[in-house]
Design a protein around this ligand. Structure first.
Ligand code: SF4
Length: 412
């Protein structure tokens, strides 16, 4: 069936930046003129360094197209930014066939040029660990392709779908769960595939929640994203969208006034992002989150637990406190999944439980996300938490609190 128009519908004839007076211009000026956060908040978010790009004019540095164009994708470029170890040099060559390298200048400049254990570097520079394929590794660890009624849609849960709109990302994270297709130009999402996805969603009235993912949907132009969101918003049974994007972390310049102006027309929009370390919480990332939050987007963070990056409760606590200052709610901590070539990042499940134990009660509940194992073979997200039940007999329960004290509760 297709009652859907094949070209971009005229959702709103207004230009992205209305020039004249009137309510539209008033809307936009409110985006730009929102009050600045307090200096004591901003002071915790230093601007990212510029590394070898220190002489690049401000306007270019803040141009997301320039950041995309100038990505570090080759070994000779990378060697100008950091002092490579032999392991990294070999891995940059040998891992390319499996998963390309791509790092925006902004994110590359966050790397410590001298420290191979730098958490930014571990997430973006290949290491030889990627060449080790563990027996448990899986090409499609979450069985997303299996639950695809049409290409580009994973429909596993009753009322929501995952909608793949692009396979590009500004930075190719070395721990990516979708390495099988992300960064591979031959798997680029065709326009016909997006159309088929839209038609599938329109034909299934049980779908009320669409997770727009990829790759990173903010790799698309504003116009293309506007088109997809407009088509979805025109489907009566679709209630909410969730945009899964790491641009706030790896290319915050992408969050322009034009983008947030466009997003405001399609609310309610939830944004799920992916900060993994407090070092990613810069002034630039803060500003990107501020624009999205001021435009009415609710933002949640989905951290992936990674050995050597954030498998330390104090680091997670510091990250979550910074996220709350950025109006980003820590939402999930994921156990690192079974994607191919990422076994060097995996931690024992106990590490996640220990982190939740360290947070729960010791800091605001807002800073305590759900720790989940996204079960292999399509089992979905399974929450795992410390056990606070000491014993249970009939109507008598004994609980322990965060400080280890035991308390009885009798069910009335
Ligand atoms: S942004 Fe997400 S989809 Fe893209 S490479 Fe990183 S983890 Fe994978």
């Amino acid at each position: 069936m297709s009652t859907l128009p094949s070209s971009r519908p005229s959702l709103d004839p207004r230009p992205m930046h209305p020039a004249g007076d009137g309510p539209e211009a008033g809307d936009l000026s409110r985006v730009a003129a929102d009050p600045r956060p307090a200096a004591q908040v901003l002071s915790r978010f230093p601007p990212g360094p510029r590394s070898i790009w220190r002489d690049v004019p401000e306007a270019l540095w803040n141009d997301w197209h320039w950041q995309q164009r100038e990505r570090v994708t080759r070994l000779d470029q990378l060697e100008k930014v950091i002092r490579l170890t032999d392991d990294e040099r070999r891995a940059a060559i040998e891992s390319d066939a499996e998963f390309h390298m791509g790092i925006t200048p902004y994110y590359a400049a966050l790397m410590d040029p001298e420290d191979p254990a730098c958490p930014i570097r571990l997430q973006s520079v290949p290491t030889m660990g990627e060449l080790t394929i563990a027996p448990a590794d899986l090409e499609d660890p979450l069985a997303e392709e299996r639950d695809m009624p049409v290409r580009g849609i994973t429909h596993r849960y009753p009322d929501r779908v995952l909608f793949y709109t692009t396979h590009n990302c500004p930075v190719y994270c070395r721990h990516c769960t979708r390495k099988r297709k992300v960064s591979d130009p031959t798997s680029a999402t065709a326009k016909s595939q997006v159309e088929a996805g839209l038609e599938y969603i329109a034909a299934h009235p049980e779908i009320r929640d669409v997770v727009i993912s990829g790759g990173d949907p903010l790799s698309l132009s504003d116009e293309r994203l506007d088109y997809i969101l407009g088509r979805l918003r025109a489907i009566p049974h679709v209630e909410i969208f969730r945009l899964g994007t790491r641009n706030i972390v790896t290319l915050p310049q992408r969050v322009t006034d034009d983008l947030v102006y466009m997003l405001r027309r399609h609310h309610p929009i939830y944004v799920n992002t992916h900060f993994n370390h407090p070092r990613e919480c810069t002034a630039e990332a803060f500003e990107a989150a501020r624009r999205l939050a001021d435009a009415g987007c609710a933002i949640g963070n989905q951290m992936v637990l990674l050995r050597g990056v954030n498998d330390d409760p104090a680091i997670v606590k510091e990250l979550n406190h910074k996220l709350l200052l950025m109006r980003i709610r820590p939402y999930y901590i994921y156990q690192c999944d079974l994607a191919r070539g990422i076994s060097h990042f995996r931690t024992p499940v106990e590490t996640g439980i220990r982190i939740i134990e360290y947070l729960r009660g010791h800091t605001s509940g807002l800073a305590v996300p759900h720790f989940v194992v996204d079960a292999p073979h399509g089992g979905g997200k399974i929450p795992v938490s410390p056990d606070y039940v000491v014993s249970h007999e009939g109507k008598r329960w004994v609980f322990r609190n965060f400080a280890g004290g035991e308390y009885e509760y009798f069910e009335p």
